[in-house]
Design a binder for this molecule. Sequence first.
Ligand SMILES: Nc1ncnc2c1ncn2[C@@H]1O[C@H](COP(=O)(O)OP(=O)(O)O)[C@@H](O)[C@H]1O
Ligand SMILES: [Mg+2]
Length: 377
Amino acid sequence: MLTSVEEPQPIPAPASSPPRVARVIAIANQKGGVGKSTTAVNLGGWLALEDYRVLIVDLDPQANASTGVGVDPRRAPATVYDVLVDERQVEDAIEPTAVKGLFCLPSNIDLAGAEIEMVPMLSREMRLKRALAPILEQFDFILIDCPPSLGLLTVNALVAAGEVLVPIQCEYYALEGVGQLLKNVQLIRSSLNAGLRLAGIVLTMYDARTKLAEEVENQVRGHFSGRVFKSVIPRSVRLAEAPSFGQPAALYDPKSKGAQAYRHLALEVLGKPDPSAKSPALAPTSVEPARSAVAAPPAEGPADAPMDTLAKATEEFEASRTSFRTSFLPEDESEPRPDDGPTPAEDPHPAPDEAPPEASTAYAHHYDGDHERGGDA
Ligand SMILES: Nc1ncnc2c1ncn2[C@@H]1O[C@H](COP(=O)(O)OP(=O)(O)O)[C@@H](O)[C@H]1O
Ligand SMILES: [Mg+2]
């Protein structure tokens, strides 16, 4: 079932009839390390394996999405920097990947300067949108992997996109900054891109051994009812390993729990029925499904409610977080943990009362992480 190609693939020709226009999805969260690049690579991988033509636009100077699909940024003849700053044709910079139908517009460290170089430029917020315009009919999906900031690059992504997908890591500070991101989305809706909608929130790095992960999920679903994908991405060794092989997990280890979680996310994004859904009663909080299996954006739904409401909900969440956090902190850790400190989610030897045997079943799609068995193939 998996298709990998040895020969370089040409960029797809525009679909004949009827002409289809890509769904452009910005994957954004100004926090680093929440799973944006992993989501771009793995969602992109599965969408391509479902026979859609997919372009990943790497908009982060760290180039993790580029390397994650096997494109070496140092060898790329042209990058998204040349496209944004030097108005190079986008086709010149698009690279094929090991997955048939999956392409990458790579980034490299030059992009770090673009944020400043673009400031005096004409229509600086529209440059990515304009660059992508000629290829919208050549792809079904364009996934934009945003940098961990709300600067001009992310603004370019939000202006070019029709939808924004927000990965949230299941940890203490899950929603930190998400209120600000949603406010920016609302600002862009009211100025430069009225059609921008929230595709949904995806919970990442879920560790089924911790009550914390379950609690974060319940809180996030409580505050963002109807906007959180059913698919929850587990903490998975395979997902973390795959980038060093330059492959989406869909190629590296398609049966692994992490890969399968992203497959289900791809099906949700496509609005395709999920064969493994247990019962409708278990899946009340799904985002609105797409109207059809073609790459049309989902129908208007609750996810299109004013973003202000969402931003407010996030702030309420952040306010309530203090008490919620305290109840899960170890007794000797009443101060916020340092960014690099260990978390219960990383503790290989959780206390018995911190290691519930079952993942939350309140919401349908959980995949146990594969950390404890050292792999899940
Ligand atoms: N579900 C997961 N399980 C285990 N590791 C993950 C998972 N998602 C991401 N990672 C790892 O966490 C780190 C940060 O993820 P990444 O996708 O690069 O985040 P971002 O793009 O938001 O900065 C990377 O090393 C990545 O391999
Ligand atoms: Mg990244």
